[in-house]
Design a protein around this ligand. Structure first.
Ligand code: MSP
Length: 506
């Protein structure tokens, strides 16, 4: 049954330029969005930029530009990232857009009208880097538990009655077991909420870069309330009758990094409950990347720009590595040596070699026409794709396992080519047998390329072009035998898809 699937990335802060951590979140969402489309679902895929708050204001001040100018420049860099990484988002929202501002204010009014907001005053710790409030007891050696600096804040503030939602949130985690993934994160959030929730300060008065609070413009909204609202503002809220809102809210999945799980699984559902809106189905938190064993940071200057990787290794090589290297949900380390090893062993030597050997043999020995009349007729010897297993991996965001499974298919096909040795069949004059082996291999490649599309869309389509597979015959339903390749089809001359990466001589 086709379903509507709404997937979101976090919206990225515009205090800085994109690095591979950001590319990672976006690529993971893109894999899911593409997988769902190929499975026949209607997908809406949202990303964008988070542009207000003290952190952005402070960075702008340090750079001697206005917050708006900094936001414009860096938002564009994140928009460029979607092109660079071949992200198939349907919308890109900026929190400085009028559509968002009006929507966030409407959400505020609704929560206020429902009695969940009151005026008070805040005195306590705040971390600008994390854009988060911390309790005294949470501090570790005078710093936030994340290691960020904190400052003492005392100001009038509106509060959200978060404490009133403790039981409802616990109910949510208990009744919708899949709401938080992976399960280790669920336990972390459960114990946080069981520990007791304090009301949340949701407005600031000591700076001005934010959305004005309706009817009290001395206050601007806390940036996290503003930011979380993007997930509904982009669908047209407060108009709940727009086609986008009707078809796509509640979200199927909010993908987030582990650092922002609390905002998405505690504050966000509580805000939505307060506004009497349906809750997202799932929030999934992935881990963090370090670089050659070190934390990525501005001060260490070791952040890797996605463009540097794409320029050096290629777009699909980068996407493949990010999804392949680390079990999704765990932390991972980026190392150049591993990048080269993965690109060479799995893409060049395994999948690339299979495609190259098969297609060039067809080109040289079959006059560029797909052989194998008999092979298509019998139940063929191409790889057996386990679609249920692949879907289950995607459902659980186990992208590395999905890729291992496909790499295993490719290894099997490579073993088949070695065992059947079509080159020696030719030498023995067994031309028809050779054609049948090459057909089975071409059919294996077709299936492998179809299922690799979510991960490496450009290269997969290059492979499918070389097999002359029509553009409208590339979705998962076309894995079925009735859509197998047709012998006699002329194939274009083969071109290498995954060159081996060679270190340039120093
Ligand atoms: N603006 C907030 C999100 C608001 S969503 C309503 C924010 N932005 S961020 O730019 O700091 O981070 C965006 C995403 O990038 C987060 O999911 C974060 O986990 C991810 N990453 C940032 N650094 C990362 C790594 N080093 N490794 C992996 N992901 C990382 O938080």
């Amino acid at each position: 049954m086709p379903q509507n699937y709404f997937i979101t990335t976090p919206i990225y802060y515009v205090n800085d330029r994109p690095h591979i951590g950001h590319a990672y979140t976006s690529v993971a969402c893109d894999v899911l969005a593409r997988f769902m489309r190929l499975s026949g679902h209607r997908v809406h895929f949202l990303t964008g930029t988070d542009e207000h708050g003290q952190k952005v204001e402070k960075s702008a001040f340090q750079a001697s530009v206005s917050p708006q100018a900094l936001a414009d420049a860096n938002s564009q860099h994140f928009r460029d990232l979607t092109g660079l990484m071949n992200i198939s988002n349907d919308d890109f929202i900026r929190t400085t857009e009028p559509r968002h501002i009006a929507s966030a204010q409407a959400l505020w009014k609704k929560m206020l009208d429902n009695g969940h907001i009151y005026l008070g005053s805040y005195s306590g710790w705040y971390s600008v880097r994390d854009e988060a409030y911390y309790q005294e007891a949470e501090l570790v050696n005078g710093k936030a538990p994340t290691g960020a600096d904190v400052e003492w804040v005392e100001e009038p503030s509106y509060f959200f009655r978060l404490s009133a939602f403790q039981d409802k949130l616990l109910d949510l985690y208990n009744t919708s077991a899949g709401f938080i993934g992976p399960s280790s994160r669920r336990n972390e959030i459960l114990s946080f909420v069981k520990g007791g929730l304090h009301d949340l300060s949701i407005s600031r008065t000591t700076f001005s870069w934010g959305i004005p609070v309706p009817n009290d413009t001395k206050h601007i909204m806390y940036v996290w309330l503003d930011a979380l609202a993007n997930y509904i503002s982009a669908l047209g809220y407060p108009d709940t009758q727009t086609p986008l809102y009707k078809d796509f809210w509640p979200a199927s999945l909010h993908m987030v990094g582990k650092d922002i799980i609390r905002f998405h699984t505690v504050y966000w559902p509580a805000f939505l409950m307060a506004a009497e809106l349906p809750l997202p189905e799932r929030v999934f938190a992935h881990g963090w990347w370090t670089i050659e064993g070190e934390k990525m940071s501005k001060s260490l200057g070791n952040a890797i720009a996605p463009k540097a990787l794409v320029d050096e290794f290629g777009l699909d090589q980068t996407r493949f590595f990010l999804m392949r290297e680390v079990p999704f949900g765990s932390d991972g380390n980026f190392s150049r040596d591993r990048m080269i090893a993965v690109v060479n062993s799995e893409l060049a030597n395994n999948i690339g070699n299979l495609v190259q050997r098969t297609l060039s043999m067809i080109n040289k020995n079959c006059e560029g026409v797909l052989p194998g009349e008999a092979a298509r007729a019998k139940s063929n010897d191409s790889v057996a794709v386990d679609s249920d297993k692949l879907s289950a991996f995607i459902e659980r965001c186990e992208f590395d396992k999905y890729i291992s499974e496909v790499v295993r298919y490719s290894s099997e096909a490579n073993e088949y080519i070695d065992k059947k040795a079509p080159w020696s069949l030719k030498k023995q004059g067994l031309v028809e047998e050779m054609g049948n082996v090459l057909y089975d291999l071409a059919e294996s490649i077709r299936k492998i390329a179809i299922i690799l599309q979510p991960i490496i869309p450009q290269s997969s389509s290059k492979i499918l072009d070389q097999l002359a597979v029509a553009e409208n015959k590339r979705s998962f339903q076309h894995l079925l035998p009735e859509f197998s390749l047709i012998p006699g089809t002329p194939l274009p001359p083969p071109q290498p898809v995954f060159p081996r990466f060679m270190e340039k001589a120093a």
